[in-house]
Design a protein around this ligand. Sequence first.
Ligand code: CIR
Length: 264
Amino acid sequence: MGRAASRSGTALLRGVPDSFVSALTDHDGALDVDRAREQHRAYADALRGAGLEVEILPADRDQPDCCFVEDTAVILGDVALITRPGAPSRRGEVEAVAAHLDGRFEVVRMEAPATLDGGDVLAAGDRLFVGRSRRTNDAGIVRLAEVAGAAVGAEVTPVDVAEDLLHLRSGVGRVADRTVLVAPGTVHPGPFAALRTLSAPVEERRGVNVLRVPGTEVVLVADGHPRICELLTDEGLEPRPLDISEFTAAGGGLTCLSVLLPPT
Ligand code: CIR
């Protein structure tokens, strides 16, 4: 099936390298590459099953975190903003992604001292929310605002992200265009006042990084969050639990494993 055949668009993924065992993580315990690859396959299958075209860039063994491709690019209409990731060890990930997107999108860059991870950018309603985090600094936010303003006319609202949260999207999930799912006690709800805000139960706060598949009612949810699934079902949506334990052990979630490209 060609890209144009998918009404929901394309998910760009990147393979899991052998070096994934050395991915950045705050957790103790070893990461299992084989298991991560199995989970990555299941993730790709789930996206295909929901109607997305899936493209998978080859893994780069020199880039242990390269499968967390969300952090490398922000798609803004016809423009792909290639980020400068906050972790210096991840800066080499962006070139392959830029080369892949070039031609389909106008590729624009982010220069030092700006840093930004795609996991800090959440589009909802008519604006982009961007986390000011360990990974995304003020210069990165200014560059995002410049590019987003010119490309799609969207305003950018900065949101402070608590030290113990990696990214904005670790604490806020996008459920629908104007509905977000917030992990209690992680981000101030103030900036989201114009949106409908659902609150995850405290014991499931790590599950808010859900992936709503564009153009469908399907929402991927990390395994082990039954109450979030109930909440989504009550919203008329179709939650689909998925085991991504190796990626959550490396600080990632469902959205961080893909960059969603709109249908052509
Ligand atoms: C990192 O620390 O950068 C990776 N191990 C995890 C990145 C997860 N990215 C995301 O949630 N957007």
